[in-house]
Design a protein around this ligand. Sequence first.
Ligand SMILES: [Zn+2]
Length: 82
Amino acid sequence: MSTSANNDPFSPDLTQPDLRVFCIHCGGTYRMDEIVYEARFGGSELWRCRNKHCHGAGYDFDIFLESEWLEGQKGHSQAGNS
Ligand SMILES: [Zn+2]
């Protein structure tokens, strides 16, 4: 993955806002541009889940590209070839 050239490692790739993301905290899926950007008191900023009650935060940390997440799940469920 080298499409996101952003200096914030946890920011979504907003050049592709139609992509769907998956939050591992609440299990919700939604459009990438629905991830909420939150500037916190103290200067640090945060990308967090759109669901108010959810504490999921950080793209590629708690919130993943849905397609990548599904790929990962597939990979884990398949038997290892050791
Ligand atoms: Zn969430």
